[in-house]
Design a protein around this ligand. Structure first.
Ligand SMILES: Cc1cc2nc3c(=O)[nH]c(=O)nc-3n(C[C@H](O)[C@H](O)[C@H](O)COP(=O)(O)OP(=O)(O)OC[C@H]3O[C@@H](n4cnc5c(N)ncnc54)[C@H](O)[C@@H]3O)c2cc1C
Length: 487
């Protein structure tokens, strides 16, 4: 009897979906053919939102030597650049569009080199996945928005972040006229804004930095006022690579403060050796999921409310050249960042009136700008704003949200947990949907390892394995997850 073909559908063709396909194609198989359906709403395969930009000012926020997309080979991207005759320093921050080319090349190569495997690309939105119990062959059925149906044995959800929506109620008139830009990453979204005099950006994170640099490119463009409740702006990367090292982080209390104290103590220690806080923050990355889990739900909620903003600006940093440019524009008043809440937006001729309130103040501040651009980030509550596909899986009990509602509940290997807590053998997730469970889940470092682990499980049907440590810290013993001993 011949071994049946295994059919895997991947929903989402950003970096996560593409790397899931790469790792599936590269995974050794000793029996049976493999068919992969890679489905993306935009029809872009390998770039997604992060790497879809062609603006050379939009660079990676991780040094080249740590952006490899093959599990166990963080230096692979750096090597790939050299092979193409475009060598860069290990610590270089390369334009994100180049990284998209790398992921696409990996996918094309994996496709060419895989034996007895086929990859089909589909442009369309998956709106539903139904499991046909008792159907032994390809029991999952995916429905696309245009009515097309695809059958699969396993499905990997690589949907990217939840849609954050508008940060405040926006009058329809402002949307229709383009005075309010809901998605700065949409093709051509910033074209008109470059000719404005004054623009207000909602959000002060890395997306705001990208948008502000694009608007002010070549000394032209509007004055940019960026606001967020906290007003914190990403810190800058050092010009040299950070040193990754182990240190003791106490987790037995399940409290945030002892962890913060250990971080500060380590910063003091490494400072005496000529390093700084960046080395400590970067060194925490492989153990962050274990620290996050050790906190428990109540402390995780407190972290989100009290510490997240501070963590984010130290963890997600500006490349040095980006920071130089950004600060130079701040110095001449072209970019202003501030702590402010937007109370309301009101059309005013062909401009917009924005009512702002400084946190803690009672009086409102009124500013008039040509445009408002939303850089407020991803959605944070799946239970309130699930896209149709996830709403269907939740309603059917095939999935459940994590305790915080940031994404889906998954096993450490990425299998979805059903409403009753049973791990699925057919449905998996990679990327932002795992953030509530793991906290560190959206960077390429995690995506490559998660992709490999899910691919391995799928190909060796039924097996479950531990996710390997990122190679940078392979030397760290995979000891008790709650204790990270000093080197
Ligand atoms: C601006 C920006 C810069 C970043 N820079 C870095 C960096 O330098 N280094 C780093 O490690 N990380 C970076 N990140 C993190 C980044 O999120 C990940 O590296 C990676 O791009 C995430 O890819 P993804 O495939 O999970 O999500 P996405 O890129 O969002 O892709 C998901 C895809 O799925 C599609 N999709 C969603 N739902 C459906 C559906 N129902 N049917 C069909 N298709 C669907 C979407 O249209 C989208 O194309 C950055 C993120 C952003 C936003």
């Amino acid at each position: 009897m011949s071994t049946p073909t295994q059919r895997v559908a991947i929903v989402g063709g950003g970096a996560s979906g593409a790397l899931a396909a790469v790792h599936l194609l590269r995974e050794p198989r000793d029996r049976g053919a493999l068919e992969i359906d890679l489905i993306d709403r935009t029809g872009g395969f390998g770039a997604g939102i992060a790497y879809g930009t062609t603006d050379p000012l939009h660079v990676l926020n991780v040094p080249a030597v740590r952006m490899g997309a093959i599990a166990g080979r963080p230096e692979h991207f750096h090597e790939w650049l050299a092979e193409r005759g475009e060598p860069v320093a290990e610590e270089a921050f390369v334009p994100r569009g180049v990284f998209a080319g790398y992921v696409r090349d990996l996918l094309a190569r994996a496709e060419r080199e895989a034996t007895d495997a086929r990859l089909r690309r589909h442009c369309g939105e998956v709106t539903a996945i139904v499991e046909h119990h008792g159907a032994p062959a390809a029991p999952l059925e995916l429905t696309l928005a245009d009515g097309e149906r695809i059958r699969a044995d396993r499905v990997i959800l690589a949907l990217g972040p939840l849609d954050g929506g508008d940060p405040i109620r926006v009058p329809a008139e402002l949307k229709d006229s383009g005075v309010y830009v809901a998605d700065p990453w949409a093709a051509g979204a910033l074209e008109e804004a470059r000719r404005d005099r004054e623009v207000l950006v909602v959000g002060t994170g890395l997306s705001m930095v990208d948008v502000a640099l694009t608007l002010c490119e070549g000394g032209q463009g509007p004055r940019v006022r960026a606001v967020s409740r906290h007003g914190l702006v990403p810190r800058r990367h050092r010009r040299t690579l950070t040193n990754l090292r182990r240190f003791h982080i106490p987790t037995e209390t399940g409290q945030i403060e002892p962890i913060v104290a250990a971080i500060f103590a380590q910063i003091c220690r490494v400072s005496q050796q000529g390093d700084d806080w960046r080395d400590v923050i970067d060194s925490m990355r492989p153990v962050t999921p274990a620290l996050w889990k050790a906190l428990g739900t109540a402390e995780q909620r407190r972290f989100l409310a009290e510490f997240q903003r501070l963590w984010d600006v130290h963890r997600f940093r500006m490349a040095p050249a980006v920071a130089d440019r950004f600060e130079a524009l701040q110095d001449v008043g072209r970019i202003v960042t501030e702590s402010n809440s937007i109370v309301s937006l009101e059309p005013h001729g062909d401009r917009v009136r924005v009512f702002l309130r400084i946190p803690g103040a009672t009086d409102l501040d009124l500013v008039e700008v040509d445009r408002v651009i939303n850089c407020s980030g991803a959605g944070t509550d799946l239970r309130r704003q699930a896209p149709p596909l996830l709403a269907g899986l939740l309603a059917a009990g095939a999935a459940r949200s994590d305790e915080l509602g940031l994404g889906l509940d998954v096993t450490p290997e990425g299998a979805l947990l059903g409403a009753d807590g049973t791990p699925s053998t057919r449905l998996f997730a990679i990327g932002a949907l795992r953030k509530g469970v793991e906290w560190e889940a959206i960077g390429v470092t995690e995506i490559r390892d998660h992709s490999a682990a899910v691919a391995r499980q799928i190909v060796r049907t039924g097996e479950t394995e531990e996710i390997p440590l990122p190679t940078e810290l392979r030397a760290v013993p995979a000891a008790a997850p709650t204790e990270w001993e000093a080197a």
